[in-house]
Write a protein that binds this ligand. Structure first.
Ligand code: CP3
Length: 366
């Protein structure tokens, strides 16, 4: 089992050469392309009837021990929508599942931790990942996906603050008050935890890339809950290491968080090649400010997809128009697809982006 991971060769030799010139990889490298690529966060999952049919009732962590099932779920939205990328069906908590720290993902709730982390002793329960064992199923799922795919596979991991938040809070939190209190009261505990989580993030991304992922995204969804001051004092050093080490993997890296308007300048300075945006920001002005430094992704409010299709398409048009200010833009939502979304709506967005995106980029080349 483990041999696959151990014998993996370097990232660039594994990446299918055709995918280096795919529209997503080129856009994220800020090379010119003739249209805007499109994929959706949470494109795989509960909004798809074919997913509900094969998903079963087990916890997602159990599903992820079956690489063939994880691969099939990953491929479903690519077949249905013709999106420009697949994203691995996994979870930001999946790498921790084998570590015996009482992590589970509860349906309708999210990640829960039996005994939340509060002290250095708790942090020491978090042993380093042994990729050949702990990530073996993930590595196989990646391989099964890339064998089938003609578009890039996006690998991913959680950002250190977001995972730390689940481990310390013990369950999803709105205020993130417990994690912030610990960061301020016992910064050494937080730093030790974040250090280990960055190591885990790099180990996870490395396995994904060596087995064939052509792009990776870091989901640090809750980073925007920090004030700029706490971000700079406590989170930034870890993100700087994560940015440096992930970029060394040789594939484009997207960093994503919600409510990051107050942190955008700091995030751009971290040096990730691409940033994912939520819908609370004005894409045109961000494109003007930062578009020469990073590729941008996202911005359509996932709730809008519950409105009638004509309105969804006009919101899509607006984003495409705003994105023409950005030299490199990837169409996506500002957060994950909501489970109640009609798949026909996503299909209509993909068609529109493929048509209109081509006109926009084509026109800007003249
Ligand atoms: O299609 C994709 O985007 C890939 C799949 C993916 C999942 N989780 C599958 C999943 C990705 C990229 C994630 C990342 C993830 N997981 C994040 C970061 C992105 C974000 O939404 O901010 C976070 C915060 C988590 C933690 C998590 N896992 C939550 C909050 C939930 C939802 C709980 C619920 O049932 O409402 C999960 C479970 C989960 N992960 C589901 C899916 C499709 C839903 C239930 C399931 O299939 O069991």
């Amino acid at each position: 089992m483990g041999g696959r991971v151990d014998s993996a060769t370097s990232a660039m030799t594994m990446m299918n050469p055709d995918l280096r010139s795919s529209i997503l990889v080129k856009t994220l490298r800020r090379e010119s392309t003739d249209r805007v690529p499109v994929w959706f966060m949470r494109q795989a999952g509960r909004s798809l009837p074919e997913y509900r049919e094969i998903r079963g009732v087990d916890s997602i962590l159990k599903v992820l021990t079956k690489p063939d099932l994880a691969a099939e779920i990953t491929l479903q939205p690519v077949r249905r929508y013709g999106v420009d990328a697949a994203i691995l069906y996994s979870d930001i908590m999946a790498p921790l599942a084998n570590l015996d720290i009482g992590v589970d993902i509860r349906a309708g709730v999210g990640p829960v931790v039996e005994e939340p982390f509060r002290s250095i002793r708790d942090v020491k329960r978090l042993r380093p990942l042994d990729p050949s064992v702990d990530l073996a199923a993930m590595a196989s799922a990646v391989e099964l996906c890339v064998d089938e795919l003609a578009v890039p596979l996006i690998g991913f991991c959680g950002g250190p603050f977001t995972i730390a938040s689940y481990l310390i809070e013990g369950r999803p939190s709105r205020s993130h008050a417990t994690v912030k209190k610990l960061m301020l009261e016992e910064p050494n505990v937080f730093h030790e935890l974040a250090d280990r989580l960055v190591d885990m993030a790099i180990a996870t991304l490395t396995v994904q890339v060596t087995h064939g992922a052509s792009v990776v995204q870091i989901f640090d969804s809750w980073i925007g809950t920090l004030s700029p001051w706490m971000f700079r004092e406590l989170a930034r050093p870890h993100l700087q290491r994560l940015a440096y080490e992930s970029v060394q993997l040789g594939v484009p890296v997207i960093y994503f968080g919600v409510e990051t308007a107050g942190l955008l300048k700091d995030l751009v300075e971290l040096g990730f090649p691409a940033l994912g945006l939520d819908w609370r920001v004005d894409l045109a002005s961000i494109a003007t400010r930062f578009g020469s430094k990073v590729a941008l992704q996202g911005n359509l409010d996932p709730s809008i997809l519950l409105a009638p299709t004509t309105q969804v398409l006009s919101a899509t048009e607006q984003i495409l128009a705003a994105s023409s200010q950005a030299p490199s833009y990837v169409f996506n939502l500002g957060h994950g697809v909501l489970p109640e979304t009609n798949p026909e709506t996503l299909a209509a967005i993909v068609n529109l982006v493929h048509e209109r995106g081509a006109n926009l980029r084509g026109a800007s080349e003249l």
